[in-house]
Design a protein around this ligand. Structure first.
Ligand code: SF4
Length: 1012
């Protein structure tokens, strides 16, 4: 062990060597509080001869534990027993294992994760009597929110009984939640399991009841060291103070905040405690601390930062859209990593939430070829390799899950061409078969080339073998064998890339997850595990990622919570333009103080409309504006950029590099087979390598050299080095055409350029297309989603909300067609019951909830429409047409559709009304809405009437959102149709991920942009 005090500041030395019984170390972000904790342990070991494993050290999370243990071991550099560095959850696990009898719990009871408990609740969802918790068509999201709330309450030591007692006289919604809370705990008890919150409550109760347990702990661990006190929940703080009451000497670190949760609040409990204040930040430049203090005054109260030479330490961006923000972030990171040689892992993009913003930022970084890694619980199920297995699990339990089958067919080891996938989907639709059965039929189809049939046969072999074991094997064994059969592990082993090592780790974790599932629910089968994994992936509740103390490969994309305790040279904090609450400001300040060198604070509008349509409306976050003003800086306005040629080259390079590594593994695996075309396979790999060299050479060419000139030169050199066969393949490759023919912004993706055309599957009519308003909307929102839904037409089971929406539309349509003598309200209810039964909807759970909503909404609609007593007429107009269809030519395209209702207005003109059953949107959110603008155009073109009003009628909420007439500019809507039509005809189906659109996308499992 070297000198434990080397390299410390005076204040840090003081903190390390203080001999107080209780020591509170408060300090600025980056002041080295955790380092002091590590050194203090080593000091105690050296000066007080306390063996290193005896201090009980509590870190913030698994990453904090790994980092702290690694640091202590480096400092000790001598043999010792395993250190006692834990998270509070691990400590509780140990305590309940040791004191199970005193705690009154089963020592072998498994501790279920949030995801596992969500799966249990999902099984019971039909029996949950919910009247005041709205499913809004997303039961998983509602259940995930319920599980999170239960976890929060338990972390504050509130159990189900306490909550029920506290709310017994309260609102009905809260009483209903209390019942859910009880049902959740009963489910746990039924399975003989616990959750982390329950374990914490049990530990606190045991220590309160039997304080001698704390004294026993103090004998084993005379020193209790707690890092990041302010991040502890109320329950954790109570547990730790109960342990300290047993006689252990307490050292706690935390920021200098003044509230109850701050480390300084312990001074009231321990009046004799010594306090050391580390006011000097060794990590953050002063500008970063000032920005953080302006956001949350407590975060760096009274702290001083490092002086910085760089004038651009802090910057403030005001972005027109999320896409603009992601693009600028990616451009800056590309510049930093390439021109300033900053290692990507020294940079972080801290997003609002990983689930929603992660894909947008990852896509932009991917376009620039910047290596990156998404961190966080929800990211695990979005890893490519995990999604590959997930797709197989999903199709095995449900062969009708066409999106999962499409992914399995498109990915290794099958890799069927998109056009052949489209043919199989067509077959499934025509014969009304599930996808797996359709593939069996496709084997005999003359439409498919022999190579495609071979691939389908391979798929079916795998599917049959795995399906046979679905109810037989143990889940962990099943998942292990599935991964082996798919060759996913073998595939990764051929690669030397760091992220492939991580992929292997993730595959291992998936097996671990299955093993844990078996331990928690011993009677469960692989089928149940598959259903569980699919539900958890869908819910976004996630699984915590593996944490180690080492740097992560690539730029980190994470939420503020997931980077706590880490530091980076360059930090980009992306936030919404709305005002934040106190917790939000605290998270923003904490995220900002992760920066060692430079900090960018950025805001962008986050409404679903702007996210989906890329609306260019800069908005200012008031909190960021305060920080900007405190630093005397200006906003930098950030607009969306067209994709630049250099970025296109980088993206192409990355794409081709990944393809090459994939094909190396595949071709290598096939070399042992008896085949006549092995040399062709190998030559193709060589040509791909030569193309990669070509792209690298283009990227490295002199700045002033035109691309065409450089390309000719590079081609001459490459063809001279190639064999005759390789030369022939190289010369016929579409790469050069791709590089020279298209503007980078409109480039056809490399993969698509090599794929056979999907033209036969487009809705062609003459030179144009047949389009509806929803087609145009779908393409604008995400071209890839359009391809899945309208070109490949991947079948999907309509969701409950979609079936519900159809029922409401049908009832209204039939209602308006009924005989005039029919009694209004009775007719409406009769039609509702009829349509409800026809749609196969029932009367339990969410369906009952929806039925009650529909009943109330339709009766209200009827009363208003008929001007019944007490109910004002619905509109100032007179209904003239219902469900009126249109069809008209716009440029080369045929536009078709149907308007729900058209009212004639008293002052002349007409109001177009579209019924909606979803959540109401504001007129602002609907500013660039295509549907009603296109209907207004249709009214003029097809019916020769002028639509002076355009209205969305949210039937369930009885809310009308009128868009007026002035925005119904035919020009922009014509342009929107023309752009969408041209894109579809050019088969330009690049994904454009956005939080609003991806959250509602049924094809996430098949989408490459939704994976990390
Ligand atoms: S998940 Fe997002 S990016 Fe992918 S297809 Fe769906 S909407 Fe497009």
């Amino acid at each position: 062990m070297g000198n434990t005090l080397d390299g410390l500041t005076d204040a840090q030395r003081d903190a390390v060597t203080r001999s107080a019984e209780t020591l509170l170390i408060a300090g600025a972000p980056g002041a080295g509080k955790t380092e002091v904790l590590a050194r203090r342990l080593c000091w105690a070991s050296r000066e007080q001869h306390l063996e290193p494993h005896r201090p009980l050290v509590l870190a913030r999370d698994a990453y904090g534990c790994a980092a702290l243990a690694a640091r202590i071991e480096t400092l000790l550099a001598s043999p010792h027993e395993e250190l006692s560095v834990y998270t509070v959850s691990e400590l509780c696990e140990r305590l309940t294992a040791e004191q199970a009898r005193a705690a009154g719990i089963d020592e072998l009871a498994p501790v279920l994760s949030a995801a596992e408990r969500l799966a249990l609740l999902l099984e019971r969802v039909q029996q949950l009597e919910l009247r005041h918790h709205d499913f809004r068509g997303r039961p998983l999201a509602l259940l995930a929110a319920i599980v999170r709330r239960i976890d929060r309450l338990k972390s504050e030591l509130v159990d189900a009984q306490a909550y029920a007692a506290a709310t017994s006289d309260g609102e009905e919604r809260e009483r209903e939640f209390a019942e859910l809370f009880i049902a959740h705990d009963e489910l746990l008890a039924e399975h003989g399991a616990l959750d982390r919150g329950g374990q914490l409550i049990a530990c606190v109760r045991t220590l309160r009841r039997e304080p001698q347990i704390a004294s026993e702990i103090a004998l084993r661990h005379p020193l209790l060291m707690v890092d990041d006190w302010e991040s502890r929940s109320l329950g954790e703080r109570e547990l730790l103070t109960l342990i300290a009451a047993g006689g252990a000497r307490l050292t706690a670190t935390g920021d200098a905040r003044t509230g109850d949760e701050g480390v300084l609040a312990l001074a009231t409990r321990y009046p004799l405690a010594a306090v050391v204040d580390l006011t000097e930040s060794l990590r953050c430049p002063q500008a970063v601390l000032s920005a953080a203090t302006a956001l949350d005054p407590d975060s760096a109260r009274g702290a001083s930062g490092r002086p910085a030479q760089d004038r651009e330490v802090a910057r403030f961006w005001r972005c027109a859209s999320l896409r603009a923000e992601a693009q600028r972030t990616a451009a800056e990171l590309a510049r930093l990593t390439r021109l300033e040689a900053v290692e990507p892992q020294r940079c972080a993009v801290i997003v609002r939430t990983v689930a929603t913003d992660g894909p947008v930022v990852a896509e932009a970084l991917g376009e620039r070829g910047v290596p990156h890694r998404v961190l966080g619980a929800s990211a695990f199920f979005e890893r490519i390799e995990v999604r590959d297995v997930l797709a197989w699990l999903r199709l095995l339990i449900d062969p009708r899950d066409a999106a999962a089958v499409v992914r399995a067919l498109s990915r290794p080891p099958i890799e069927l061409h998109a056009v052949d996938v489209a043919r199989c989907l067509q077959l499934a639709r025509r014969r009304k078969l599930d996808m797996v059965s359709a593939l069996a039929v496709a084997l005999a189809s003359p439409q498919l080339p022999p190579e495609a049939r071979e691939r389908i046969a391979a798929f079916l072999d795998l599917q049959r073998a795995a399906a046979a074991a679905l109810d037989e094997e143990r889940s962990d064994l099943f998942v292990h064998r599935l991964i082996e059969r798919l060759g996913l592990r073998r595939h990764q082993l051929f690669s030397a890339r760091a992220d492939d090592v991580e992929r292997l780790v993730n595959l291992g974790r998936l097996e671990e997850l299955a093993a844990r599932h078996v331990r928690a629910l011993p009677r469960s089968t692989p089928r149940e595990f598959a259903a569980y994994a699919a539900a958890v992936a869908e819910s976004g509740i996630g699984e915590p990622e593996v944490s180690d103390a080492g740097p992560l490969p690539g730029v980190v994309i994470a939420s503020a919570r997931d980077v706590a305790g880490r530091e980076f040279d360059h930090v980009f904090v992306l936030t919404s333009a709305e005002a934040h609450d106190a917790a939000g400001l605290r998270a923003l300040a904490s995220a900002s103080t992760r920066a060692r060198e430079r900090l960018v604070l950025s805001c962008a509008p986050t409404s679903s409309h702007s996210a989906a349509n890329g609306a260019r409306r800069p908005a200012t976050a008031p909190d960021l504006d305060r920080a900007r003003a405190a630093l005397g800086l200006e906003w930098e306005e950030v607009e969306e950029q067209l994709f630049g040629p250099a970025a296109a080259l980088h993206a192409l390079f990355g794409e081709r590099r990944d393809e090459l590594l994939d094909s190396v593994a595949r071709v290598g695996a096939r070399l042992g087979e008896l085949r006549f075309d092995t040399d062709l396979d190998v030559t193709h790999v060589v040509v791909r390598l030569l193309e990669l060299v070509k792209l690298a050479a283009l990227l490295e060419r002199r700045a002033e050299q035109p691309l065409l000139e450089a390309l000719a030169d590079i081609n001459a050199r490459l063809t001279a080095a190639a064999t005759p066969l390789a030369r022939e393949i190289l010369l016929s490759s579409p790469l050069d055409e791709l590089l020279t023919g298209q503007q980078a912004a409109e480039r056809v993706p490399a993969r698509a350029a090599e794929e056979p055309s999907l033209i036969p599957f487009l809705p062609r009519r003459g030179d144009g297309l047949v389009l509806s308003a929803s087609d145009v909307e779908a393409y604008r929102a995400c071209p890839l989603r359009y391809k899945f839904a309208r070109v490949l037409r991947i079948p999907r089971e309509p969701t409950l909300n979609q079936r519900f929406g159809i029922v409401v539309h049908q009832v209204l349509e039939r209602y308006h067609q009924r005989s005039a003598t029919d009694d209004g309200a009775a007719a409406m209810l009769r039609l509702l019951d009829l349509a409800w039964r026809r749609a196969g909807l029932g009367e339990v759970g969410e369906e009952r909830q929806l039925h009650a909503k529909a009943r109330a909404a339709l009766l209200r609609y009827q009363a208003r429409l008929e001007g019944a007593e007490g109910a004002p007429r619905a509109t100032a107009g007179t209904p003239r047409w219902f469900e009126r269809s249109f069809s008209f030519q716009l440029g080369p395209h045929m536009l078709r559709g149907r308007v729900d209702r058209i009212d004639e207005l008293p002052g002349g003109g007409y109001q177009l009304i579209d019924y909606k059953t979803g959540m109401p949107k504001s007129a602002e959110q609907l500013r660039e809405d295509v549907q009603l603008a296109l209907y207004a155009l249709a009214a003029r073109e097809a019916w020769q009437i002028e639509a002076t009003e355009r209205t969305y009628y949210y039937v369930l909420d009885d809310e009308r959102v009128s868009l007026g007439h002035e925005d119904a500019s035919p020009t922009w809507v014509e342009e929107a149709v023309s752009r969408a039509g041209a894109g579809i005809l050019a088969q330009s189906f690049e994904p454009t991920p956005s939080r609003a659109v991806c959250a509602m996308c049924d094809y996430r499992i098949a989408c490459p942009a939704a994976e990390r």
